[in-house]
Design a protein around this ligand. Structure first.
Ligand SMILES: C[S@@+](CC[C@H](N)C(=O)[O-])C[C@H]1O[C@@H](n2cnc3c(N)ncnc32)[C@H](O)[C@@H]1O
Length: 210
């Protein structure tokens, strides 16, 4: 029997399986404020990875209003989470929403700046900032990772354009596409890492240190 399905049908089916009620307040706030937030199926993947990893110390760079941070905390509520975003308005919402979490620290600054100055190390990192900055963030983050750490980068497929030819890519995505392609090649050629792209939503690049 031939079964035809598209990634969209698959995403919708996966989404229908999940209980997403607990994200209601954050999703409504994201809509109201018109801010991007991590999609449902990517949240589920993030929660599952964290629940398996059980990281003592985590970092969420580009935490926005906190959907990705919530997904991390759902996976392992005991993790000590450092959440970073450069946007003031999103940061104010984040700090209010997570004010009762004793294990969450928020910094309103660029992730690069935080990584250059912090003396912490991490067991898990989620990165969801500007995509062409991923390579630079990775280079700053790598020395801060503990043994067997795991890192997840969101939206690594750039709407699918990383798989397309340059001529098929709209001009505004061409720089991002090239930068992210270089980053992906760098990660997959590093023999000290296990890496996989999980094609949920915009694509998650999952890396673990051997
Ligand atoms: C796609 S949104 C993040 C959504 C968030 N992860 C969530 O699930 O709610 C990207 C965020 O990255 C932040 N950002 C972009 N570049 C950044 C940087 N270099 N350092 C820190 N935050 C950055 C933006 O302010 C924005 O809030």
């Amino acid at each position: 029997m031939n079964v035809s399905f598209s990634p969209t049908i698959c995403e919708n089916y996966l989404k229908s399986l999940d209980n997403i009620e607990d994200y209601k307040i954050l999703r409504e706030a994201a809509n109201r404020m018109g801010v991007p937030s991590l999609e449902e199926n990517a949240c589920t993947a993030l929660t599952n990875i964290v629940s398996i990893k059980r990281p003592e110390k985590s970092i969420d760079i580009g935490c926005g209003i906190g959907v990705s941070s919530y997904a991390i905390l759902k996976g392992f509520p005991e993790t000590n989470l450092t959440a970073i975003d450069s946007n003031l308005e999103r940061g104010l919402f984040f700090q209010n929403h997570f004010k009762d979490y004793k294990n969450v620290a928020y910094y309103q600054m660029r992730g690069e700046q935080y990584l250059k100055t912090c003396d912490k190390t991490f067991d898990f990192a989620f990165i969801d900032s500007v995509k062409r900055e991923y390579f630079n963030i990775w280079q700053l983050l790598r020395p801060k990772l503990n043994k067997n750490a795991c890192v997840v980068f969101d939206d690594i497929l750039i709407y699918g354009f990383v798989m397309a030819e340059e001529a098929e890519t709209p001009y505004k995505y061409q720089t991002n596409r090239k930068e992210v392609q270089n980053f992906i090649s760098h990660i997959f050629s590093d023999t000290s890492l296990n890496a996989q792209i999980i094609p949920v939503n915009g694509g998650l690049l999952v890396i673990s240190l051997k």
